[in-house]
Design a binder for this molecule. Structure first.
Ligand code: PHE
Length: 359
C-alpha cells in the first residue's frame, strides 16, 4: 500500500463525509432507547479502525525511512575521488626562474613590506613631496605618511640601511606593487616587480649592462640581445629603459613587438648619489646600479598571453596550461609554428590558454 492509498482510506473512513460520519448521522436519527447500543458499537468500530490505520501508517513511514537510508548510504570505505594535481602560478614560475638566474650570479633574495612609508617609497629615493614623478605613480595612501608601495625600489633603501655601510650588497627583491590604475589588457592596479640592486666599490654602468645581458640570455634564450635607451628615474643617474630582442620574431619585427623587433622589459640605472647617502653609503667611495622589471610583462612575453588579467582569475583551468608549457622546451609555441600571442583568451573559450594545439 502506498501513502497516497492510505490517505484515501483515511478520508473514506474518518473524513467529514466518510463512513463514520454517516453512521454518526444514523445514530442521531434513532429513537433514544436504541442509541446507547448503537453508540457503543460505533465507538468500538471507530477505535478498531483508528488503531488499524495508525499501525499501517507507522509501518509505511518506517518503510519509507528505511528506503531513504538505503538510497543515501555512503560507503566510507570506498577510496576517494582523486583531485587533479595543482599547478604553480605562472607568475611564481617566472619569479622563481628570475631568482635562480640571479642567485647563480651571487645575489641574495630580499623582501620588503607591501605597506610602505612615504619616506622609503619616495622621499629617500630622491622623490620629494612635490616632485612630478609622484604624479606618474598615482597611489593608494593609507595615511598621509603610509601607502601601498608603488614599486619595489623602497627595498633598495631598506637593504642598504641594513648593511651599515658595508659592501658588497647584491640583492633582488620580488614583490607586489600597487598603483591607482584602470585595469585593462595591459594594466592592473596591482602587479609584480623584481627589483635588483648592487652596491660596491667601482661598480660601473658596463657591469649593469653585462648583468642584464646575461640575465636576458638566460631568461629568453642565447640569441637574445639587449639595448639601453636613455631615460629618467629620480633614483638613478644615468637612467635607461632596457629592451630585449623580441623572442617571437628574433628581432625581425612582428605583431608581438609591434614591428619594432624590441620589447621593453625593465628600467635601470646607476644608483643616484642622494639614494646612496640615504642608504648610509658614501657616494664618493662606493657606487651601484639598480634595475626594476615587470614580472607580468615577462610572463606575457614568455607565455604569449595578451591580457594581464588572465593572471588574476585564480582559475586552475586557466593557470594549469601555463605550468605545463614551462615544463616543456622554452618557446615551444613559436617552434610549433603557432605565433606566440595567438592564443584565444580564456573568457572566449572557457578553456584557458590551450589553443596552442600542443596540449
Ligand atoms: N622603480 C622603477 C619603476 O617602477 C623601476 C626602476 C627600478 C628603475 C630601479 C630604475 C632602477 O618604474
Amino acid at each position: 500500500m502506498t501513502p497516497e492509498a492510505l490517505e484515501a482510506v483515511r478520508v473514506q473512513l474518518f473524513g467529514k463525509k466518510g463512513e463514520l460520519a454517516r453512521f454518526q448521522a444514523v445514530l442521531r436519527s434513532l429513537p433514544p432507547e436504541a442509541r446507547p447500543a448503537f453508540g457503543q458499537a460505533l465507538n468500538a468500530a471507530r477505535s478498531a479502525l483508528e488503531a488499524a490505520y495508525g499501525e499501517r501508517k507507522a509501518a509505511l513511514e518506517a518503510a519509507a525511512l528505511e528506503a531513504r537510508l538505503a538510497a543515501e548510504a555512503i560507503d566510507v570505505t570506498l577510496p576517494g575521488e582523486p583531485l587533479a594535481p595543482g599547478a604553480r602560478h605562472p607568475l611564481s614560475l617566472i619569479i622563481e626562474e628570475i631568482e635562480e638566474i640571479f642567485v647563480s650570479m651571487g645575489y641574495r633574495v630580499a623582501e620588503g613590506p607591501d605597506v610602505e612609508w612615504d619616506r622609503y617609497n619616495f622621499e629617500m629615493l630622491n622623490i620629494p613631496k612635490d616632485h612630478p614623478a609622484r604624479e606618474m605613480q598615482d597611489s593608494f595612501y593609507l595615511t598621509e605618511e603610509m601607502l601601498l608601495r608603488t614599486h619595489t625600489s623602497p627595498v633598495q633603501v631598506r637593504e642598504m640601511l641594513k648593511m651599515g655601510g658595508k659592501t658588497p650588497l647584491k640583492i633582488i627583491c620580488p614583490g607586489n606593487v600597487y598603483r591607482r590604475d584602470t585595469d585593462d589588457a595591459t594594466h592592473s592596479h596591482m602587479f609584480t616587480q623584481v627589483e635588483g640592486l648592487v652596491v660596491g666599490e667601482g661598480v660601473r654602468m658596463s657591469d649593469l649592462k653585462g648583468t642584464l645581458e646575461t640575465f636576458a640570455r638566460r631568461l629568453f634564450g642565447e640569441g637574445t640581445k639587449i639595448r639601453l635607451r636613455p631615460s629618467y628615474f629620480p633614483f638613478t643617474e644615468p637612467s635607461a629603459e632596457v629592451d630585449v630582442t623580441c623572442h617571437a620574431c628574433g628581432g625581425a619585427g612582428c605583431r608581438v613587438c609591434k614591428g619594432t623587433g624590441w620589447l621593453e622589459v625593465l628600467g635601470a640605472g646607476m644608483v643616484h648619489p642622494k639614494v646612496l647617502e640615504a642608504g648610509g653609503y658614501d657616494p664618493e667611495r662606493v657606487s651601484g646600479f639598480a634595475f626594476g622589471l615587470g614580472v607580468e610583462r615577462i610572463a606575457m612575453i614568455k607565455f604569449g598571453v595578451d591580457d594581464i588579467r588572465q593572471f588574476y582569475l585564480n582559475d586552475a583551468r586557466v593557470l594549469r596550461p601555463f605550468a605545463a608549457d614551462l615544463a616543456g622546451p622554452p618557446l615551444a609555441t613559436a617552434e610549433a609554428g603557432v605565433p606566440a600571442g595567438g592564443r584565444t583568451a580564456p573568457e572566449e573559450t572557457g578553456a584557458g590558454p590551450a589553443a596552442s594545439g600542443l596540449e
